[in-house]
Each structure stands twice: as C-alpha cells, then as structure tokens.
Design a protein around this ligand. Sequence first.
Ligand code: COA
Length: 226
Amino acid sequence: MDVLIRPVQQGDFHVIKSVISKGLYEHYFSVYMNTAFWSIKVQSAMFILSGALSRVLQSDVACAFAIYISLQLLGLFYAKHLWRQHMDEDMKELATWKRFTDFYCNDSGGGFWVAMDTMTSAVVGSIGVKFRPDLKTLEIKRLSVSAKHRRSGIGGKLLMKLLDHCDKMKEEEESNLRGITLLVNVTQQDAIRVYRKHGFKLRKSHFVSCFGGLSYGTLCEYVRPL
Ligand SMILES: CC(C)(COP(=O)(O)OP(=O)(O)OC[C@H]1O[C@@H](n2cnc3c(N)ncnc32)[C@H](O)[C@@H]1OP(=O)(O)O)[C@@H](O)C(=O)NCCC(=O)NCCS
C-alpha cells in the first residue's frame, strides 16, 4: 500500500483519535499479563480469597481453583475498566481540535502528521512531536498505525518524516536542541523495535503504578541524539 505522509488537517481529527485510542486500548491485556499476573501482592490476595471462599462454601480443591480462575478474569475486566479511565486522562490533548492544535501546532518545534492511503485517501496512522523548552528536547507522541495496516513500513515512514522535521529544526534554528525523546511502556514491544531500528537508545526505565496501585509496570524513556 502506498501512503503519503502529510500534515494533519481538521477533517482527520476523529479518525486519528480513533486510531490512537485503539492502539492504546489494545495494551491493557499485555499490561495486565506483565504486571498484575506476576504481582505477588495481587496473586496472593486472589489465592487467599479463593481459599476463604471455598471454605465458606465447604467445597473441594477443584472449586477453589475455579474461584481463583474467576477472580483472575474479574481482575482482567477490572483492568480493562481502569485502563479506559487511564486513557481518558492520557488523551487530554486530543479532547477537542482546538486543544489539539494548541498543543501540537501553535508552538515552534511542534507538529503532527498523518499517513494517508493514496488509493482511498483514508488516514491510517499518525505521529506528533512536542518541543520541551525546559529540557531542550523534542518529544515524540502518538505514533500509531491502524491494526490492519501494520507491518508494511507505515510506522517507519511516519517516524522518518518526524526525524526529518527534527533535523531541519536543528539546522534552521541553530538551537541547542539536545535530542529526541519518547516514553513507551515496556509492553509495547512493536513500537520499541521500530524506535530502536531508527537509532533510539534506552535512557532509563522506571516503575509506574498500574491498575489503581494494585500493580506496577515499567515505563521506558528512549533517546536519540540530534
Ligand atoms: C508501533 C507501530 C506504530 C508500528 O507500526 P508499523 O506500521 O507496524 O511499523 P513498521 O511496519 O514500520 O515496522 C514494524 C515491523 O514491520 C516490518 N515491516 C516493515 N515493512 C514491512 C513489509 N513490507 N513487509 C513485512 N514486514 C515489514 C518491520 O521490519 C518491522 O519489523 P520488526 O518489528 O520485526 O523489526 C504499531 O505497531 C502500532 O500502532 N502499535 C500500537 C500503538 C503503539 O504502541 N504506539 C506506540 C506508542 S509509544
């Protein structure tokens, strides 16, 4: 599929919101499996609760196991609910077109691009960048490609467009830009592979609270010098 990477337009807004939110939403399962599933705190609570419940019900080991599996499924549903809340919080800059343009397009160094299928004119991916004057860095945000168009080079093309923009900005402004940064959850391995392929290196990683403090995940900061 041929794609054109072009600056975002108002007519793209609802499609990019949907592509971005679906791309984020799909991670709740892997976050749960990487965190709560391996959390001693969460698993011990489920274990103790299933033991207590099976005692109350005067049932056998098989029943205790069934209760434990049910609690695990409940945990997964609860994680889905909490993840949706987290996404609403995380996607604040995408609440309205005005907020979105204020955030990405109305300051120097910022920008937002979409990938458009040249045959159908459908928007299938997005990427944005925000200048961080405090750190003298550019921060990549919202790299996302719709699920059925992945693994055909679109994510890489979006990233290359953005890297071109960053290089131009460095040349034009003779600024003291230090580099390009981004934050990514360790569960987003597809994205991490694309970033590493384009020269990003892990700077640091830290634990973040997940699922209302029930568990912890790992957030990684990747950097590419300019
Ligand atoms: C991360 C993401 C944007 C990557 O998009 P993508 O379009 O699949 O990226 P690319 O196609 O450029 O590269 C992905 C893989 O496809 C491979 N690929 C590229 N062109 C290909 C082709 N023509 N045929 C087969 N494979 C191809 C690449 O080599 C790469 O493989 P690798 O991971 O084994 O190295 C996408 O997976 C996504 O939207 N994920 C959900 C949202 C997300 O996690 N965003 C990151 C936020 S920080």
